[in-house]
Design a protein around this ligand. Structure first.
Ligand code: C2E
Ligand code: MG
Ligand code: MG
Length: 715
């Protein structure tokens, strides 16, 4: 059945026609052969019957007369009947009367069993038994045997002919059906081919030709109609497709444009990301690695040093007085200086080492592998020397120095934080030892640094917690035997540490910038007291206020002072601002401008602790200074130290020549006082007269003049 399903239609049609033909031909041939057989038998029976009747008629008399010979003669004519094999005439008692046998044929004499006539058909012969009667009376029987083979032969011929006709008909019907099926299948085949062609070529203009009005014709017409529809749709589709393609092309172009923009944006973003990544790890100003990158590298260096059992060194650098340069000459010059410093640092180290900027004027050098502790010192010294070369910036020749603290892995710490912290502590020690120095970390430094950190934290709140106070140290005119003024000296009443002296926290205030609010508070408090003294009638009283370098170099000081003068309605001519020599070192121009403005307000300027700093006489000449205060460091050893006495004398001579007033401070005894009086210096400050006092005590002293007691014992 499957084979039939897969057969082409034309084969199926042929097969159907063949099957139908075969069935009909078989039926026809079978009918014909059966009819012929029946006819042949009928004919044989009739023939035998006729012959029996003839023989009966002719032998009737011979039977009656028992004349065998006559009977046998009657049978003689059977010689001419080829198909008769035997004939026997029986008498009334079924006794054979006359016999005829075709020569060569051996037949048993069978006696007829009954009187009636009957015809028996055997395989190869036909037998007939017929009764012979005369005038109604039975006189005998006749037996005839006819050869049936002739009829068989004839029938066989018919069969052959029928088969020939059968096969010829089959062949003809095959040929005819093979030809005729084309009427049906050819259009279908064409349809199939066209359909296939349309499928492959997508050519919907193809059509099928056919005029028949039958189902196939209708099918072709419907197919063509369907093609018309498809073609129409296809054309519409084509229009849409073109429109769509145009749209897609436009969109693609737009997308490509957007894509290229996106690509560009992506590249830009990547570039920015790279830069951000770079900036995340590098200092923008100097291009040096920043703190996070440094920490990474230290971490790596430490694990390497740990594995290899080697030493690693860390140098913590802080430029000395950089803030002064920055504040006075401006950030642009400060920045340029930092870049030069960065370059010099890079030039001083090996490629494996890292120099990083931690911020401001702080740098750190990592030496990942050193053989001995002294290697770090050696490199540190090289850096100090490299920085000692003056830097020329915008016409300024700047002298920059650095203080370096050194910590060594594993002796001074096992982890990054500790090593950085300890290097930092050593750096502070280097600063306190006079700057431009390199100091190795020692365990004792930690306590000092911890204290400093504590002070720094507490100092931030000291002002608002009103822990700061001003003491006033009288300044005495020994000739007039009169307190002519007082220097405001700050003191910090720390809740746990007790009294903290300015030497211990002024530098911290400077470093942290807290000096600005603290300084303002000092100015306002001192001005307020001056107002009170004047109100109390001590109209000669002056007040001396210490100014730090930062206050002088940052803008805003003049307006703070103006406001305070206004607020307390004081006479500015009674105010002395004490500045240190160092303030004028690097930022001369700015300082001079500020000092000039202050002087225009009426304020006098004193140079505090003269001789202890890096004074340059030419600077002194250009500074708008009114008074020089000879520092306690020289006074201390007078009159025992000839050198100090000479310096003091030289300072006094110089001050005289420049027409500057002189105050001797730190005078503790009468000898010292006398020395200065002999030098013509009559304005004295020191423990000899009074320690710095709370403001009430000073007021009392002003009233009682008790502090002047020592003057009464001398002339
Ligand atoms: P300075 O301006 O030179 O102040 C004089 C210092 O010498 C004071 O120390 C004072 O107590 C001390 N002194 C005075 N007479 C004698 C004496 O006979 N013998 C001895 N041994 N010392 C004497 P103090 O109060 O510890 O102040 C130290 C420094 O702190 C000051 O030195 C000044 O530079 C600074 N300072 C004090 N108050 C302020 C302030 O309000 N602002 C700023 N910026 N600095 C201040
Ligand atoms: Mg002072
Ligand atoms: Mg002083």
């Amino acid at each position: 059945m499957k084979i039939i399903h897969h057969m082409p239609v034309r084969r199926k049609i042929t097969l159907i026609i063949m099957l139908v033909s075969m069935v009909s031909l078989t039926l026809a041939v079978s009918a014909f052969l059966l009819t012929e057989r029946s006819n042949a038998r009928q004919f044989a029976a009739n023939n035998l019957q006729t012959m029996a009747e003839i023989i009966a008629a002719n032998s009737k008399a011979a039977i009656l007369f028992r004349d065998n010979i006559a009977a046998e003669e009657t049978l003689e004519f059977l010689h001419y009947q080829d198909h008769i094999l035997a004939a026997i005439i029986y008498g009334p008692e079924f006794e054979p009367f006359a016999v005829y046998k075709r020569p060569g044929i051996n037949i048993d004499m069978v006696a007829p069993s009954a009187q009636e006539s009957k015809t028996l058909f055997w395989k190869d012969h036909v037998e007939l038994v017929n009764s012979i009667s005369h005038e109604g009376a039975h006189v005998g029987h006749i037996y005839l045997r006819s050869d049936f083979r002739l009829i068989h032969d004839q029938l066989s011929r018919y069969v052959i002919i029928a088969l020939l006709v059968f096969f010829a008909s089959l062949l003809i019907s095959f040929l005819l059906s093979a030809r005729m099926q084309r009427i049906i299948t050819e259009p279908l085949q064409r349809l199939s081919e066209i359909a296939r062609q349309i499928t492959t070529e997508k050519n919907y203009s193809l059509r099928l030709q056919g005029e028949s009005r039958d189902e196939v014709g209708n099918l072709l017409t419907d197919f063509n109609e369907m093609l018309n529809q498809i073609q129409l749709r296809d054309e519409e589709l084509e229009v849409h497709r073109t429109a769509l393609e145009d749209l897609v092309a436009q969109r693609t172009a737009a997308l490509e444009l957007t894509n290229s923009k996106l690509e560009a944006a992506k590249r830009e973003a990547e570039r920015i990301a790279e830069r951000m990544e770079y900036h995340a790890h590098h200092d923008a100003l100097t291009d040096l690695p920043n703190r996070p990158l440094l920490i990474d590298r230290i971490d790596i260096a430490l694990s390497h040093a740990h594995r290899e059992q080697t030493l690693a060194g860390m140098l913590f650098l802080d430029l000395d007085r950089f803030k002064l340069i920055n504040d006075s000459l401006g950030h642009a010059i400060g920045d340029r200086l930092l870049r030069v410093v960065a370059q010099r640092l890079k030039n001083s180290i090996r490629e494996d080492d890292t120099v990083a900027r931690l911020g401001g004027d702080e740098f750190m050098v990592l030496l990942p592998t050193i053989e001995k502790t002294s290697d770090a010192g050696y490199i540190g010294k090289r850096i100090i020397d490299a920085l000692n070369e003056p830097v020329t910036c915008d016409g300024y020749e700047l002298n920059i120095t650095t203080s370096i603290g050194v910590s060594i892995y594993p002796y001074d710490g096992k982890d990054t934080d500790t090593l950085i912290k300890n290097a930092d502590i050593s750096m502070y020690r280097a600063k306190s030892l006079g700057r431009n120095k390199l100091v190795y970390y020692t365990a004792e430094m930690n306590e000092e640094s911890r204290k400093r950190l504590l002070l720094e934290t507490d100092l931030r709140k000291a002002l608002e917690k009103q822990e700061l106070a001003l003491l006033y140290q009288p300044i005495v005119d020994t000739r007039r035997k009169k307190i002519i003024g007082a220097e405001a000296l700050i003191l910090w009443n720390h809740p746990n540490l007790g009294m903290v002296h300015p030497a211990e926290f002024i530098q911290i205030a400077e470093d942290t910038g807290l000096i600005i609010p603290i300084g303002e508070w000092v100015i306002r408090s001192a001005f307020q007291k001056l107002r009170e003294w004047h109100d109390a009638g001590h109209l000669d009283m002056r007040v001396a206020v210490n100014l730090s370098p930062t206050q002088l170099t940052r803008p805003g000081l003049v307006s703070i002072v103006e406001h305070a003068i206004d607020e307390f309605q004081i006479n500015a001519y009674k105010v002395d601002f004490e500045i240190t020599e160092n303030v004028a070192m690097q930022n001369l121009d700015t300082v001079i401008v500020t000092l000039d403005k202050l002087k225009q307000l009426g304020i006098s300027i004193s140079l505090d602790d003269f001789g202890t700093g890096y004074s340059s006489l030419s600077h002194l000449h250009t500074l708008p200074v009114d008074t020089i205060k000879i520092g306690q460091s020289f006074v201390r050893n007078i009159p025992d130290c000839m050198g100090d006495m000479s310096i003091a004398q030289a300072i006094i001579a110089m001050a005289n020549s420049l027409d500057l007033s002189v105050i001797a401070e730190g005078v503790e005894n009468i000898k010292q006082m006398n020395f200065f009086r002999q030098q013509g210096i009559h304005v004295i400050q020191g423990h000899f007269f009074s320690k710095p006092l709370p403001v009430d005590e000073l007021m009392e002293m002003l009233e009682t003049r008790s502090t002047l007691f020592p003057l009464n014992v001398v002339n």
